[in-house]
Structure formats: structure tokens, C-alpha cells
Design a protein around this ligand. Structure first.
Ligand SMILES: *Cc1c(COP(=O)(O)O)cnc(C)c1O
Length: 474
């Protein structure tokens, strides 16, 4: 393709993007295709000679688009959002155009230095400890794995990195029964094992109970096991429960255990001073992760990972073959040593665009809007006799179920599963579920960049109309 052809199609693509966002509400939020439906429309073999962009874009519209779930639709209420914004899209386009592989300072000084600056901006606006140092990682899962590996190496004076496991290590990883699956996955990958991931019990707000953590640690020590790391959730995935950071952090200090805080979703709330009380004790953390790629209007992937001791992080990951040595290794950040991959995209650019274009007050306004809309939904649910809210709502995730009278728990579970399915099949809204205390729970997040009152009203209307069509198996 020649530059002039690219220019023409790029203009067309940008028009497509702007149209897409203007017309997004015309699409079913959740893709309605059946398994295999897309695959069978794609030729089994690569074409021998090149095809025109017109043909390719036509297939993009006709074959691919029906199989897309529209995460940027304002009635997207599932999982947690993966928000974009227009400034972020512009940043991503330019990052793609530069095509720079920013593994070390030398391979694009601006990428390394902008990343450092953006992590400092985030630290300041979120009021995180100023001595922490941050880097951009791909996902919270990677960052948590980094934390587990760093804890492992610090505990063994970097011996497992060097000599491998000796067979006498008996490490234990602690998190609550509500924390994200990435913790168990990290324990598996780090050679610690899912069987050594201790799921500590929670209180009625689904937050980890410090006394149960202490008990688990003491029992493990008595049994000759080595407590390695405690991972607290600031905003669990199930219900945005807030583990008590101060109490958990103090236990970690007492026993010399690495303290990692997973605020993957809820970290964005720290941009609001009135929500910072959930962050109390965060200064006790050895490492902290949150995802601007969830609720902070920045395209996936963009995870911010902060550590108290950069030295431990770098010693865990550093490897310096001759061909990667440069003149400035002592004075600059070479982010290849801050995590698992060598290669790195220029992800700080979109974050810079977003933070500058929206400004702190612009972001705060949207976030406060989400909180207000959420409280509106909470009020509607509370005022209705047939709904039950199943967890506290500290932020903008509401966990609830439909609970008409005269049904037992099994029937209620069945009924609510039907409700989620029928609402999602309708295509107008998209929500997901979880289980809390064995109860089938509807999860509704009001956090999409463009969600407004009318979308919450629509959600409510659809919810009510679908409850009347359910056929309980009695
Ligand atoms: C979403 C989430 C994760 C995983 O995030 P990825 O960036 O997709 O790895 C981890 N922990 C919590 C609490 C989350 O909400």
C-alpha cells in the first residue's frame, strides 16, 4: 500500500470510528452470534494475491461487526468496563503509527520519560506515597505476578532466580475468598502452587477478616510453612468489597510479609477525594496495581503498577545480555527490567492525551456522575418490594437479585439466571452475574464513559419488563 492510498483509507477509517461512536446505541450490546458463526465465514486459507481494502473493509462490516460485543455502549454494565475516550483513541492511533518498540530508553527516550512522568502524575492525583515508582504493565494479572515473583526473590535473597527451587520452599500466598482469579494463577505460574493459595474468610461486607488472616499465618508458621505475600483487594471483582488495608498491612509488617494491593478496578475512584477513605493504609503496601484501562477512559492495555522498592523489582527481572547494554543504563529507566516482556508498546502516549485533554476535573465530573447514577439505581431497587441488594455499594457496582415472595433459594437462583439470560438476549443492555453466599447475583456496573440517566432509566425499564416474563420452575 502506498502512502496516498493509506491516507484515503485512514480518513475513511476515522469517519467510520466517529460514526461508530455516534451510532453505537443501534447495536445489540452483547453480540448475538452463535459459536462458530464467524469462523465459518472466514476463508480457510490466506489469499495468494493481495485483496483490495474495499473488500476487506466490507468484510469487516459484514463478517466481523456482528461478532463484536460493544464495550463502549452506554448500556454496557457487565464485568468491569474497559473504557475508551476520543483522546485515548487518538493516542492509540499515533502509537500504532510510530510503531516504536520501547523496551529500553535508547529505543525511544520519549516513551520512557513520558511513562515516568505519567506515573508521577497518577501518584500525585491519587495521593499515593511520593516515594513509590511506577511503570505501565499489560494487565493487572501481570502486575500481580510481578509482585509474587518479587516477594519470592526478596524472601530467598534472589536464590530461586539463580538456582531454581531447591525443594524445601513452602511458600504461602494469602488473599480473601473474594479476590480475583489472577492471584491463584500468579501463584501457579510463580511455582508456588494453587494449593498454597490460602483463601481467607470475609465479613458480611465481603472484605477480608484480619483476625482470620492472622490465624492462617500463625498456623502456617507452626506447620513449618513460609508466609510470602498477602494480596488485599481494594474493590473485589465480585462486589467491589474493600479489604481493610491498615489492619492487613500491619499484620504483614509484623510477620515480614510482602503486602500487595490489587485496586485494578477501584483505583480510579482515588481520583475523587471523597472516596479516598477506602485507600487508608495503602502506604503500607510494597506494591500496588490499578488499571487505567478499566474505568479511567484509557484504551486497553494500560495497567499502572507501583512499587515501594524499585531495586527489588529490577533485581527480580533484570537480565543484561551484551546486545542490550547501552551508555545510559545507570541514569535512565529501562522498563524491560520492570516486568516479564522485553518488548513494550508506547502506552504512555494515550494516557498523556487522556489526562491532558480531560483534566482532573473533567474525569472527576464523569466519575461523580457514575456514582450519582448508581445511587439512583440503588434507590429504585430499594423502593421495590421484589428486589434485594446483596452487597454494600461503595462505588458504582450494584449486586442484587429479583426476589418475589414464596420461592426457595434454589428457585431464586434459577429465576435470576433466567433473568440475566433473557435481558442479555434482548440486546438492549448487557449485565453479568456472580455468586455471593451461594446466591445467584446480578452485577450491574454504571461506569461506561458515556452512560447517562436515560440509560439507567432504560436498564430499569428492561429489568422490570423481563421479570414479568420469567417462568419460574416451581
Ligand atoms: C479486572 C481485575 C483484575 C484483572 O485485570 P487484568 O488487567 O485483566 O489482568 C484483577 N483484579 C481485580 C480486582 C480486577 O477487578
Amino acid at each position: 500500500m502506498k502512502a496516498e492510498t493509506f491516507r484515503a483509507y485512514a480518513h475513511q477509517a476515522v469517519d467510520w470510528m466517529a460514526d461508530y461512536y455516534q451510532q453505537i446505541e443501534q447495536y445489540p450490546v452483547k453480540s448475538q452470534v452463535k459459536p462458530g458463526e464467524i469462523l465459518e465465514q472466514i476463508p480457510k486459507h490466506m489469499p495468494e494475491s493481495g485483496e483490495s481494502m474495499d473488500e476487506i473493509l466490507k468484510d469487516f462490516n459484514e463478517v466481523i461487526m456482528p461478532g463484536i460485543t460493544h464495550w463502549q455502549h452506554p448500556n454496557y454494565h457487565s464485568y468491569f468496563p474497559a473504557n475508551t475516550s476520543f483522546p485515548s483513541l487518538l493516542g492509540e492511533m499515533l502509537t500504532a503509527a510510530l510503531g516504536a518498540q520501547c523496551m529500553i530508553w535508547d529505543t525511544s527516550p520519549a516513551a520512557a520519560e513520558l511513562e515516568e512522568a505519567m506515573m508521577n502524575w497518577l501518584k500525585e492525583v491519587m495521593q499515593l506515597p511520593s516515594e513509590w515508582e511506577g511503570s505501565i504493565q499489560s494487565t493487572a494479572s501481570d502486575a500481580t505476578l510481578n509482585a509474587i515473583l518479587s516477594a519470592r526473590e526478596k524472601k530467598t535473597d534472589f536464590q530461586i532466580n539463580k538456582n531454581g527451587f531447591q525443594g524445601n520452599e513452602k511458600f504461602r500466598v494469602y488473599c480473601s475468598s473474594q479476590t480475583h482469579s489472577s492471584i491463584e494463577k500468579g501463584a501457579k505460574i510463580a511455582g508456588i502452587g494453587s494449593a498454597n493459595t490460602v483463601k481467607v474468610g470475609v465479613d458480611e461486607s465481603f472484605a477480608m477478616k484480619p483476625d482470620l488472616l492472622r490465624k492462617a499465618i500463625q498456623e502456617d508458621i507452626e506447620n513449618g510453612l513460609t508466609p510470602l505475600i498477602v494480596i488485599a483487594a481494594t474493590g473485589t471483582t465480585g462486589s467491589t468489597a474493600m479489604d481493610p488495608l491498615t489492619e492487613l498491612g500491619e499484620i504483614c509488617q509484623e510477620f515480614g510479609i510482602w503486602f500487595h494491593v490489587d485496586a485494578a478496578y477501584a483505583g480510579t475512584a482515588f481520583l475523587l477525594p471523597e472516596f479516598r477513605d477506602t485507600q487508608q493504609g495503602v502506604e503500607l503496601a510494597d506494591s500496588f496495581v490499578f488499571n487505567p484501562h478499566k474505568w479511567m477512559f484509557t484504551n486497553f492495555d494500560c495497567t499502572a503498577y507501583f512499587v515501594k522498592d524499585k531495586g527489588t523489582l529490577i533485581r527480580t527481572f533484570e537480565i543484561l545480555p551484551e546486545y542490550l547494554k547501552t551508555q545510559f543504563d545507570q541514569t535512565v529507566n529501562n522498563y524491560r527490567d520492570w516486568g516479564i516482556p522485553l518488548g513494550r508498546r508506547f502506552r504512555a502516549l494515550k494516557l498523556w492525551f487522556v489526562m491532558r485533554n480531560m483534566g482532573l476535573s473533567g474525569m472527576q465530573e464523569i466519575l461523580r456522575g457514575h456514582m450519582t447514577l448508581t445511587q439512583d439505581l440503588v434507590k429504585k431497587l430499594e423502593a421495590h418490594p421484589d428486589f434485594e441488594i446483596l452487597a454494600p455499594v461503595p462505588l458504582n457496582l450494584v449486586c442484587f437479585r429479583y426476589k418475589p415472595t414464596g420461592m426457595d433459594e434454589a428457585q431464586l437462583n434459577e429465576l435470576n439466571a433466567q433473568l440475566v439470560k433473557s435481558m442479555n438476549d434482548g440486546g438492549e443492555v448487557y449485565l453479568t452475574h456472580t455468586k455471593l453466599d451461594g446466591k445467584y447475583t446480578l452485577r450491574v456496573v454504571i461506569g461506561q464513559t458515556y452512560v447517562q440517566q436515560k440509560h439507567v432509566d432504560k436498564l430499569w425499564e428492561i429489568l422490570l419488563s423481563h421479570t414479568s416474563t420469567l417462568t419460574p420452575a416451581l
